[in-house]
Design a binder for this molecule. Structure first.
Ligand SMILES: C[S@@+](CC[C@H](N)C(=O)[O-])C[C@H]1O[C@@H](n2cnc3c(N)ncnc32)[C@H](O)[C@@H]1O
Length: 264
């Protein structure tokens, strides 16, 4: 059955994923959309991204300054969403363009979509390359064999969600674990203790955790570091980490030959 998209009215707001590796991850679909927008409101720390989008034609508003030291994250996200919707009411189409994929842990996407619905504005979301895509590439894994479970760090602990230790596990936003306020300063050691305590319910303290900081520029290599779970508080206080952790599955002895299954 051919299933072509139903014709719909032209979007007033595009929510566009920019990918992880600055302009190199921009898809042709994203570029095509950004070209037809009057204004693009951008959230991307990547080098040269706002300039590149400006060269495509639209006026660019950099939303990075909305991250203010000590400010509650909800205020930042509400301000971003309000600015996007406000611009769309003035003259559409506009785009909210954000690093990664716009549906992976991006609260402004939800806020914009809800507000647009109430205001009768049409929204279209354009996929981007997410940190999950780059993680499987940089670790050389494929969930085909053992599967993959993905959690947001605070949600995991607050919701007391069960982890299946025999399935590889990704935990996102460890850098923002249980902190409502944005800060550029390093995470203090005590903050991660509840996360470690929670992980100890499912893993031994010396279980290996791999921190993945995917490349954000063509000239940068990904930063892959390996720790024990009980070393995470120190690592997040001192090391170069993004907030993404990969926990290989707990190794089991394969029946019969006594050999261990391979993790990563
Ligand atoms: C607000 S979420 C945004 C995720 C993004 N929408 C995506 O699709 O990748 C922020 C989290 O994404 C992950 N992240 C962002 N940039 C990353 C990078 N360069 N490498 C690895 N993980 C990254 C970290 O877990 C970080 O805490």
């Amino acid at each position: 059955v051919t299933n072509f998209a139903e014709p719909t009215r032209a979007p007033d707001i595009y929510i566009v994923g920019l990918g992880i590796k600055s302009v190199q991850h921009l898809t042709l679909e994203a570029v095509g959309v950004l070209q037809i927008c009057k204004k693009v409101l951008v959230v991307d720390h990547g080098f040269g991204v706002p300039d590149f989008i400006r060269e495509l034609g639209p006026e660019v508003i950099d939303l990075i300054p909305e991250y203010r030291e000590g400010q509650h994250r909800l205020i930042t996200y509400e301000t971003m969403a309000a600015k996007v919707v406000n611009e769309a009411m003035r003259a559409s189409p506009v785009a909210f363009a954000i690093y990664g994929h716009p549906n992976w842990l991006v609260f402004p996407t939800e806020l914009i979509t809800e507000a647009a619905h109430l205001l009768g504005l049409a929204v279209e979301v354009i996929a981007g390359i997410s940190c999950i895509d780059t993680l499987v590439l940089e670790l050389g894994i494929d969930p085909a064999t053992h599967g993959l479970q993905i959690f947001e760090a605070s949600g995991l602990v607050i919701g007391e969600v069960d982890i299946n230790a025999s399935v590889p596990c990704v935990i996102l936003q460890v850098d923002a674990f249980k902190t409502e306020r944005y800060s550029r300063s390093r995470i203090d050691r005590e903050r991660l203790n509840p996360l470690c305590d929670y992980l100890f319910r499912f893993y031994p303290a010396d279980h290996e955790v791999i921190s993945v900081y995917s490349s954000t520029h063509a000239l940068l290599r990904p930063v892959i570091r390996r720790y024990r779970i009980d070393d995470l508080p120190r690592a997040f206080a001192e090391d170069t980490v993004s907030g993404t952790l990969y926990l290989p599955q707990v190794l089991r002895v394969a029946p019969g030959d006594g050999r261990e299954e391979r993790g990563v």
